[in-house]
Design a protein around this ligand. Structure first.
Ligand code: TYD
Length: 405
């Protein structure tokens, strides 16, 4: 396959998670009898620029249908994180008020709403109409289109240039990266800033976060390949900052006409070298450990079932569906999954067909064990479900090594 970042053909597949349905394709009851489409989930490393990426690209209109179930504001952690991110961008960079602030993949407007108190003019770009509607109801101007060169031109014609463009947890999702970056360079003012955030490959590799691999995540970024990518568009990385969300993420600040020589950028690339992210061997060993997690998790759950324990899932994130499908864990083991997102409740998980229920079921018929599928919100969930634990209930964390918390 051709590398998404540097266009080299020198890529190597190191991990196959099988053929799986789309991780956010929750099913309604009447869909259970139909055949679910599934797609190969194979991961490649580019021997030239170091980019880690999946090989099979599902068309975006299938990945991000008009009705998309993920809602940012379901998590207090993400709400607080975005409020902090906006405060730090405004205080450190004070983007010009001559331009608008654009968020690509703006979801329900949680991030952008934080700019309103600073009197910025904002525009969300969110293809899922059910989610865009939520944003508009929250007072965040939003258009339902996919961001790319064409839509960027239209936005610039109608709303003027952007002094700041954001893309949190979206840069890994877009198929045509070149079109997005051409769109960004067109829409962004010359002194504007483009800020992205994504789960950081260093964290993913260290903490065995293999379940964050699914078809929506086309690539798994480190800083080094991004320097190469931005260079192609006349942009440079002026700062990077690690954050704790989604199992460990990186915020990358880029500008037109800059180079990528800032100390934080140099340090990140050194860290990536130390973590041996520039060696295929690292990924081959990651792949072996993924298989070990599968064996260990299946064994642990089987032991609990053998003792007559009941097990539920906690959180129905997309990553949970990679974990369940790859580890072949279904209704024989998990009675139900509790999730706070209304769009997911009453549905069934793709592939494994486990019912997703609301929190009242978890509280009225608590299981003996809850498999923490939304492990990235461990702190928030454990705090919230203190009573469950006080009553003897236990959480199981699936990665980096399956264990009872
Ligand atoms: P998340 O990990 O953000 O996403 P992804 O789909 O990208 O893997 O999803 C977390 C899920 O967990 C989301 O469906 C909401 C749910 N959740 C709860 O059910 N209860 C909670 O207390 C929290 C924090 C999240």
């Amino acid at each position: 396959m051709i590398c998404h970042g540097c266009k080299s053909q020198n890529t190597h597949m190191f991990l196959s998670l099988g053929s799986t349905p789309l991780a956010n394709a929750f099913l309604r009851e009447e869909q259970l009898a139909t055949t679910e489409p599934s797609y190969p989930l194979d991961v490649y490393y580019c021997n030239d620029c170091g980019l880690v990426q999946i090989g099979y690209l599902v068309p975006p209109e299938l990945l991000f249908p008009e009705n998309y179930p993920y809602v940012t504001s379901m998590s207090q952690t993400m709400k607080a994180h975005f409020a902090d991110l906006v405060d730090s961008i405004v205080s450190e960079h004070s983007p010009s008020k001559d331009g608008i602030i654009v968020d690509i993949g703006s979801n329900d407007g949680t991030l952008l709403s934080n700019f309103l108190k600073y009197d910025y003019k904002v525009l969300g770009i969110e293809p899922a109409t059910n989610i865009a509607r939520l944003a508009i109801e929250n007072g965040v101007d939003t258009v339902s289109v996919f961001f790319g060169e064409e839509s960027a031109k239209k936005v610039r014609e109608e709303k003027g240039q952007a002094s700041l463009i954001l893309g949190t947890n979206v840069f890994a999702h877009v198929g045509d990266l070149d079109s997005v970056l051409r769109g960004v360079t067109h829409l962004l003012s010359d002194d504007g800033m483009f800020v992205i955030e994504f789960p950081y490959l260093v964290d993913m590799a260290e903490k065995m976060e293999f379940d964050t691999i699914y078809h929506e995540h086309l690539r798994y970024f480190a800083v080094r390949p991004l320097v190469v990518l931005f260079e192609r568009f006349g942009m440079g990385i002026v700062n990077v900052k690690r954050t704790s969300v989604h199992g460990g993420s990186m915020v990358v600040y880029t500008k037109k006409g800059s180079d990528s020589s800032a100390p934080s950028v140099v340090q990140a690339i050194e860290l990536e070298k130390k973590a041996k992210l520039d060696s295929l061997k690292t990924y081959e060993s990651f792949s072996k450990s993924v298989a070990t997690v599968k064996t260990q998790l299946r064994e642990l759950l089987q032991q609990l079932k053998d003792k007559g324990a009941t097990i539920a899932g906690y959180g129905a994130p997309a990553k949970g569906n990679t974990l369940l499908n790859y580890c072949e864990i279904g209704t024989e083991t998990i009675d139900y999954i509790v999730d706070s997102t209304p769009f997911k409740q009453g549905c069934y998980t793709p592939g494994t067909h486990i019912p997703v229920v609301d929190e009242s079921r978890f509280h009225s018929t608590p299981p003996d064990y809850a498999l923490l599928l939304a492990w990235n919100f461990e702190e928030e969930i454990l705090r919230k479900e203190d009573q469950f634990q006080q009553n003897g209930g236990k959480f199981i964390r699936p990665i980096p090594k399956p264990e009872i918390i």
